[in-house]
Write a protein that binds this ligand. Structure first.
Ligand code: ZN
Length: 270
């Protein structure tokens, strides 16, 4: 791939030891609400970076609500909770949320904190433009539906599986396009660096750019092979119990799916 890859900083805040002042959420904010989403954006001329205008605000509200439906359908759940999204202007984001190339979800506050990119990304599989995508929303909804697991494979796997992409690249006319998991997988297959199911399960220290597209691909494969509702039963299972529970559910050893998964990758992403 010749194009420049844009990586995101994206994580799930697992512990929340914030003090009560929550300085980083200090206003002024423009608050806009549609159905399940309450969106906080900066007013016009708040800083040197552009603030979202009303068209952008509407577009974020509409796509985030529609993504809740998408996630519910994919996971066979029915989340009806309300979520808050804070969009920080690009020039303040790094100081306030630690990054200006993405953001994070805090499930316990049912909130997403994210950088406002002045241009949306194109999502080829959904054929739409979106400022936030649905990765962080998956974190909030899975917490709402199942709880907060300690297993990175399930946390990030679900988010990247449903978004079906990770990071992005520039298209010919300069637009930012999300890079699909399958395009990442072609690189890993060509480099002979596919992570095995065991490496993915143990994968706490694997860098995000290597881990995310692969764990998303693996979770989608598990969904297709064993059924979403069955895999959902593993969402909250701790790493040390994972293989035992897997055997109980599917009557096969977790170690034994490795061959099938690697063959699938080599065939599907050559
Ligand atoms: Zn994440």
């Amino acid at each position: 791939m010749k194009y420049l890859i844009i990586l995101f900083f994206s994580l799930l805040l697992l512990s929340c030891e914030k003090d009560e002042s929550i300085d980083f959420l200090k206003g002024p904010w423009v608050v806009s609400t549609l159905k399940n989403i309450e969106l906080y954006t900066r007013p016009n001329n708040f800083s040197t970076s552009k603030s979202p205008d009303s068209t952008t605000i509407n577009s974020v509200l509409i796509d985030q609500n529609s993504f809740i439906d998408t996630i519910n359908k994919r996971l066979h759940i029915n989340c009806t909770s309300k979520f808050k999204i804070y969009l920080f202007n690009r020039d303040e984001a790094k100081d306030l949320i630690g990054t200006n190339t993405g953001g994070y979800a805090n499930p316990k506050d049912a909130s997403i904190y994210y950088t406002f990119f002045e241009k949306p990304f194109f999502y080829p599989d959904m054929n739409l433009y979106s400022y936030l995508g649905l990765h962080e929303l998956v974190h909030l909804i899975t917490y709402d539906a199942f709880g907060l697991p300690k297993n990175r494979m399930m946390i990030e796997g679900y988010a990247v599986a449903i978004e079906n992409s990770y990071g992005g690249h520039f298209g010919n006319n300069g637009e930012m396009i999300r890079t699909m998991n399958r395009d990442w997988m072609k690189i890993f297959v060509a480099n002979n660096s596919i992570l095995t199911p065991n490496e993915l399960l143990e994968g706490n220290y694997i860098p995000e750019g290597t881990y995310y597209p692969q764990v998303g691909t693996f979770i989608n494969w598990l969904f297709d092979r064993f059924g979403v509702e069955q895999i959902n039963k593993l969402y909250m299972v701790d790493k040390q119990d994972f293989k035992r529970r897997f055997r109980e559910l599917f009557n096969i050893e977790y170690d034994d799916i490795e061959k099938d998964y690697l063959e699938f990758c080599k065939k599907e992403f050559k």
